[in-house]
Design a binder for this molecule. Structure first.
Ligand code: P53
Length: 474
């Protein structure tokens, strides 16, 4: 058994990690542009350090990234050669509204994505568009404090209204916020948030999250109104928490840890704040300011499908002596002694994907879409740029088998699969190029040297075969 007819196969990228052209054609500066590679990156993305402007001591990889802004035709042709039926990408908000609060959009930015979507359709590739992939115009960060301000909802609404009308007939799958739960873990990168020393950070984060959740419901309302064909998804950085042992306290800890992430999807999919979250916020002294119509809006405009990224499962323990954590820093968790890990310390757990899919399916009973999954690894190309990436094939093949089991043996309704970074791109967590996910190698190093030439890795033809056989031959 394979996947249903029309199953969407493809790959995923995000604007600031591939496009470059950070100030081309009227594009404004965004939060994701100003985070450098190196030791200062982490404190910035996690909102611990205010340091916004370019300086000569740091290298900012998003400025040029892999120059897809200028090379998208070549790249989409390669995706088409692999047989993609979908391509997940994000629109850079600051190409459309460079400052974020203008009255009129930037036509050059709108035209760019129109051309890109048309290029996809030339090959029968259905775009899957992330409206916000961590990015926020810097002007909105500086003037309004980004998502901490309620005014953001209006700016986002306008942005959505413009793109939904402009791309009607070209795009029908939309995701409102990439990894919406990232706001808790990397608040500057995820939502443009930074904090004053005296502030209750939880208060600021959950108020900002409320604004995003309202904005997401507003976007859903407009999308459905502009075109009933539109399908809107939420997007979760997923990965089931396991209890470290069968000790009831550990099990409860894992349940609580999962809920911290599910909270967002509970609101977007079920249309209300879950009781456990209201109680927790009350205990922590967090009060969310709401307007009268907010709860009704959330209830009426829930998402059509649930999308998520999956890289690894996670582990929770109630025992403070169990303190060995995974190296991965944004979602670091207790280390699972049964799992291997990647070169970046991300633990590898294909069955965890099946477990995560089942949990999401049981909880929401809406179609699922896996929009990110993959292995960040060091590749060693030969002189022609060819990489024998058997490790990547092994990782992906094991995850696709687990995904197939979730569909065929457990009955999970799955719309599609887009592997992360189908072409090598800048890492969101570290800013590195050397952390590669692609089927397509890009000649560029961590400091921006290289010809930017694209070449096919061994996994390119492997994935082509997977798509051709609709997942029969892994
Ligand atoms: P990088 C951490 C944990 C889970 C998902 O990540 C994450 C991150 C960010 O580090 O983000 C998603 O590039 C995100 C992508 C990102 C990808 O995972 O750090 O949606 O933008 O590139 C992989 O290896």
């Amino acid at each position: 058994m394979g996947f249903k007819k029309g199953f969407l196969w493809g790959g995923a990228t995000a604007a600031n990690q591939v496009e470059g052209g950070y100030n081309t054609a009227g594009r404004g500066l965004a939060n994701v542009d100003v985070v450098p590679i190196g030791v200062d990156r982490f404190p910035i993305i996690t909102g611990q350090m205010k340091h916004f402007n370019f300086d000569s001591q740091h290298f900012y990889p998003a400025k040029e990234a892999i120059d897809m802004y200028h090379r998208y035709k070549e790249d989409i042709a390669l995706f088409a050669e692999m047989g993609f039926t979908t391509y997940r990408l994000s629109i850079a908000w600051s190409r459309i509204f460079p400052m974020g609060d203008e009255k009129e959009p930037n036509e050059e930015g709108l035209q760019y994505y129109e051309d890109l979507f048309k290029e996809c359709h030339k090959y029968g590739i259905e775009p899957l568009v992330t409206i916000t992939h961590f990015d926020c115009p810097m002007h909105l960060v500086e003037k309004y404090g980004a998502w901490r301000s309620r005014e953001m909802i209006g700016f986002y609404e306008k942005f959505c209204d413009v793109i939904f009308r402009r791309y009607k007939g070209l795009v029908k799958y939309w995701l409102t916020f990439n990894e919406i739960n990232m706001i808790l873990h990397a608040p500057f990168m995820g939502a443009g948030l930074f904090f004053e020393e005296w502030e209750n950070q939880e208060q600021v984060k959950y108020q900002a999250a409320h604004h995003e959740l309202i904005a997401s419901a507003v976007a859903t309302r407009i999308a459905h109104k502009v075109d009933p064909e539109n399908q809107i998804g939420c997007m979760l950085a997923a990965g089931q928490y396991y209890a470290y042992t069968c000790k009831p306290e550990d099990v409860f800890k894992a349940l609580e840890a999962d809920r911290e992430n599910y909270f967002f999807i509970d609101v977007q999919s079920r249309g209300e704040y879950p009781a456990y979250a209201l109680k927790k916020l009350e205990r922590e002294g967090v009060t969310i300011q709401m307007e009268d119509s907010d709860l009704e809006l959330l209830k009426e405009h829930t998402v059509d499908f649930i999308s998520f990224s999956y890289y690894s499962s996670r582990v929770a323990s109630s025992d403070s002596k169990i303190n060995e954590t995974t190296a991965e820093n944004i979602f670091a968790s207790v280390k699972n002694p049964y799992l291997e890990e990647s070169e970046w310390g991300w633990q590898i757990d294909p069955l965890g994907l099946r477990i995560t899919m089942n949990s999401l399916n049981d909880r929401y009973q809406k179609p699922l879409f896996i929009v990110e999954n993959g292995l960040g690894a060091i590749d060693e190309p030969d002189e022609n740029g060819y990489v024998v990436d058997d490790y990547r094939i092994e990782y992906l093949s094991a995850h696709l088998k687990a995904m197939k089991d979730a569909v065929n043996l457990d009955g999970v309704d799955l719309m599609g699969y887009t592997s992360w970074g189908c072409i090598d791109l800048v890492s969101a967590g570290t800013g590195e190029m050397t952390k590669r996910y692609g089927f397509i190698y890009v000649d560029r190093d961590d400091q921006g040297n290289g010809t930017l030439t694209r070449s096919k890795k061994k996994s390119f033809n492997w994935y082509k075969k997977v798509i051709k056989t609709n997942g029969e031959d892994l």
